[in-house]
Design a protein around this ligand. Structure first.
Ligand SMILES: Cc1cc2nc3c(=O)[nH]c(=O)nc-3n(C[C@H](O)[C@H](O)[C@H](O)COP(=O)(O)OP(=O)(O)OC[C@H]3O[C@@H](n4cnc5c(N)ncnc54)[C@H](O)[C@@H]3O)c2cc1C
Length: 312
């Protein structure tokens, strides 16, 4: 039997949303506990360059997250390396169980468990992640000015990413394993009219190819789904745009979700359907999915939690 700890604010997740919520709630003298989860620092720890975090024209994702953790700790937040396995939101205070056996009893909970991009699952994709393989055109498109890139996917995300990348890339090739797209018609019209975009139908990715020293992508090997014939499409960047999975497992039967599992919050706030439970960052956001927007929502969640607690 592990120990039981009471906290005014429990923050679940250690990405930009969680750490920002920790900074704000610590400064509000709420002595928050933040549980980091299996990916301390969140998604930015799997990337290299970040060029759109205000105040840093150039920072490595993992370094930025270490700084955020240090900032939260310096303000008085308690950061715990553990993983929440169960969360009971049926009555307040809320009860959570962690992998270590510790039970946390919390007057307010800030959910900041983020999301994970879906990947193809190829070993070569893993090898080149952050070195030419990306799941975020908004984040990494800028690195491919004047270069050729490949996008894989057939839904709205893939079409949006392909169109966005035409702002930088000299050519964008969209690979899709079927002969039609799932994206909205209006998006498809824009895609087909764009002279920089070529669509390669009925093909799937079999390998990402590139150099190992220094690590970088040269192309993707694609396979015709009918004939099995393979060829390499040269590119400097490869964008996987087959969707995102919000980490809403803990609350999926307790809170309303939408758009494929994102936690619903009251517009303009981080309040969920349960008073005292707040959600911030990529867990609630299927549109922007950025570090700075997640941090902004983390701030909002701490302020919303503070207001809630002062009224109770
Ligand atoms: C490869 C890549 C590159 C990117 N580049 C940029 C960029 O350049 N600029 C930019 O603005 N954005 C970028 N992004 C997007 C950005 O990383 C996300 O928008 C941001 O990290 C979301 O922050 P978050 O706090 O909501 O959640 P996340 O960063 O997803 O963090 C979620 C946290 O929740 C924790 N967690 C999950 N489940 C549990 C649990 N049960 N118990 C405890 N903890 C749990 C995880 O361990 C993790 O710490 C990039 C994303 C990727 C994947």
């Amino acid at each position: 039997m592990g120990e039981t700890r009471h906290t005014k604010v429990l923050i679940i997740g250690s990405g930009p949303a969680g750490y920002t919520a920790a900074v704000y709630s610590a400064r509000a003298m709420l002595s928050p506990i933040l549980v980091q989860g299996l990916q301390p620092g969140g998604q930015l720890t799997i990337t290299t360059e970040v060029e759109n975090w205000p105040g840093d024209s150039h920072v490595q994702g993992p370094d930025l997250m270490v700084r955020m953790q240090e900032h939260a700790t310096a303000m008085g937040a308690e950061i715990i390396s553990d993983y929440i396995t169960a969360l009971d939101l049926s009555k307040r205070p809320f009860t959570t169980t962690a992998d270590s056996g510790t039970t946390y009893i919390a007057d307010a909970v800030i959910l900041a468990t983020g999301a994970q991009a879906k990947w193809l699952g190829l070993p070569s994709e893993e090898h080149f992640k952050g070195f030419g393989v990306s799941a975020c055109a908004t984040c990494d498109g800028f690195f491919y000015r004047g270069k050729e890139v490949v996008v894989v996917g057939g839904g709205n995300t893939a079409v949006e990413e392909a169109l966005f990348l035409t702002n930088f890339a000299s050519k964008v090739t969209l690979i899709h394993r079927r002969d039609f797209l799932r994206a909205e018609k209006i998006m498809q019209d824009r895609l087909f009219k764009n002279p920089k975009i070529e669509v390669v139908w009925n093909h799937e990715i079999s390998e990402v190819v590139g150099a190992h020293e220094p690590r970088g992508v040269d192309g993707v090997k694609v396979r015709d789904v009918h004939s099995g014939a393979e060829r390499v499409i040269p590119c400097a960047g490869f964008f996987v745009a087959i969707g995102h999975a919000p980490a809403s497992e803990l609350v999926k039967d307790q809170l309303p979700l939408h758009n494929g599992g994102y936690v619903v919050v009251e517009p303009g706030t981080t309040r969920t359907a349960i008073p005292g439970v707040f959600a911030a960052g990529d867990l609630t956001d299927h549109v922007y999915r950025q570090a700075v927007t997640s941090a902004g929502m983390g701030c909002m969640a701490a302020l919303d939690a503070e207001k809630f607690l002062s009224g109770h």
